[in-house]
Design a protein around this ligand. Structure first.
Ligand SMILES: [Zn+2]
Ligand SMILES: [Zn+2]
Ligand SMILES: [Zn+2]
Length: 465
């Protein structure tokens, strides 16, 4: 036994324990979560009338006297199985808002629905990849900035060129505004949605305050870091009637008026930063690049984007953090030394340093720039949605738990009361359970792949037929 590696010894020990079968069940129930949370406690369900105990569960009978539950991390680099589950939930959440499902009626398909991308403005020229072999930043003649760097770049950068997204001259690049823009992106979005409502109200000839009596604007948005480490916002926007998805939009609420309102709002909305004796006051706005596309109303409609494609696109981005796209780290930076040693490009490090330095200024304190240096000042959640857009992550999880309970044959009657007490006792795996969890996760991923292939095959047949 002694000569065996830790993992093997642990596996043999686990497999020989009488609780092995149950341990495997628990690991399977977490989907092979890489960092499960350990809980101890009990839950008792009684009939409120008779007081009879209908269901009792206590972790004292479990292997190691604890229950493993999912870590629920959405990031693929942290926990692949939980991230996959979260992506799936995001897909369903976004899709329900587009085509109906869950709590949303299928009639939303006839409401104006758009997919839009709002960009950050330019903060200085960066090297870029181009299609069809054009040079990066061609320029007539030669010219140099005050730092002695060329003002143009005649190179053709391949897609994987580490230079792509890096500034032509870091000395000329406006790191301050870039970071302040990130820190205000949430506010800029809020003002943008208000401006869209205002423009629509003007089109309809009603006052802004009456807008909720006629229509409701719903959205789900996701943030994505570009090569230059600036955030872009992708959003699904839908126009409903006054009571949300169950009510049709007013006659003036068309794809065209919504598109016009979005374009006008994106062009005009601004946020002014707090005045700073060190950096002055900045007026922040969206970049001029704006993409607004209607979603297909029917499958026969060749124009517009397909609902599923948009939902899948949004779900894909949700499993990536700043770290995964090379724009930041997956943990907070607590000292200036952390910034110097973070495994990032010089450009991203310069953005982190800008967060750190500006974070010391009292006028920028509310932006918490040091706490968010690892995401380059951006504080937003990766996915945000308005209340009426569709279902919630919580509802989707509850749905899944109900399915599990149905399979368990445990009654969830209305005349019952449940008392529970839970305590957190730890997290993670032993070398042996980690191996088991990895096996479970790989099996599930493989099944998921097969299911997806079957689905793709089915829909191709459907299209052909
Ligand atoms: Zn997990
Ligand atoms: Zn270049
Ligand atoms: Zn320069």
């Amino acid at each position: 036994m002694r000569q065996l590696p830790d993992t093997d010894r642990d596996i043999i020990h686990l497999a020989n324990a009488p609780t092995f079968h149950r341990l495997l069940e628990q690991i399977t129930a977490t989907g092979g979560c890489a960092h499960p949370v350990h809980l101890t406690g009990h839950t008792t369900t009684r009939d409120t009338v008779t007081g009879e105990i209908l269901h009792h569960y206590d972790t004292r009978t479990e292997p190691g006297e604890r229950l493993l539950i999912r870590c629920r991390n959405r990031r693929a680099t942290v926990c692949p199985p939980c991230s996959r589950l979260h992506s799936g939930d995001t897909f369903h959440l976004v899709r329900a808002g587009l085509t109906g499902g869950k709590t949303v009626p299928a009639t939303v398909q006839t409401h104006p629905r758009l997919f839009l991308t709002l960009t950050a403005p330019g903060f200085g020229p960066v090297h870029r990849t181009t299609t069809s072999g054009q040079p990066c930043r061609p320029r007539r003649g030669t010219g140099h900035c005050e730092h002695g760097k060329a003002l143009g770049c005649g190179s053709v950068h391949p897609l994987d060129d580490p230079l792509a997204g890096q500034p032509l001259c870091p000395g000329c690049y406006d790191y301050t505004t870039h970071v302040l823009w990130h820190a205000h992106a949430g506010q800029l979005w809020d003002r943008f949605t208000r401006a869209v409502r205002r423009h629509l109200a003007t089109t309809a000839g009603i006052t802004q305050s009456r807008f909720p009596d006629y229509a409701r604007l719903s959205f789900a948005k996701v943030a994505e870091y570009q090569r230059r480490a600036a955030v872009h916002v992708h959003a699904v926007v839908r126009l409903d009637g006054p009571d949300g998805p169950t009510t049709p939009p007013p006659a003036w609420g068309t794809v065209d008026t919504l598109t016009t309102a979005i374009r006008a709002a994106a062009r005009t909305v601004t946020v002014h930063t707090a005045y700073s004796p060190a950096t002055g006051q900045h007026t922040l706005r969206w970049g001029t690049q704006l993409d607004v596309r209607p979603l297909r109303t029917t499958t026969a409609d060749a124009d517009g984007l397909a609902d599923d494609a948009v939902a899948a696109y949004v779900a894909k981005y949700i499993s990536k953090g700043a770290h995964d796209t090379g724009a930041g780290t997956d943990h907070r930076l607590t000292t200036r030394d952390d910034l110097d040693t973070a495994p990032v490009t010089p450009h991203v490090r310069a953005l982190m340093r800008a967060c750190w330095d500006l974070g010391a200024l009292p006028e920028y304190e509310p932006l918490r720039l040091r706490a968010w240096a690892h995401t380059l000042g951006y504080r937003g959640h990766l996915l945000t949605k308005s209340h009426a857009y569709s279902t919630t992550y919580t509802a989707l999880r509850a749905d899944r738990q109900n399915h599990a309970r149905d399979a368990d044959d445990t009654p969830a009657a209305p005349d019952t009361v449940t008392e529970s007490q839970w305590r957190y006792t730890g997290t993670g795996h032993t070398p042996g359970t980690a191996l088991l969890a990895n096996g479970v996760a790989q099996d599930l991923a493989h099944n998921h792949e097969l299911a997806r292939e079957a689905l793709a095959l089915g829909s191709r047949r459907g299209e052909a037929g």
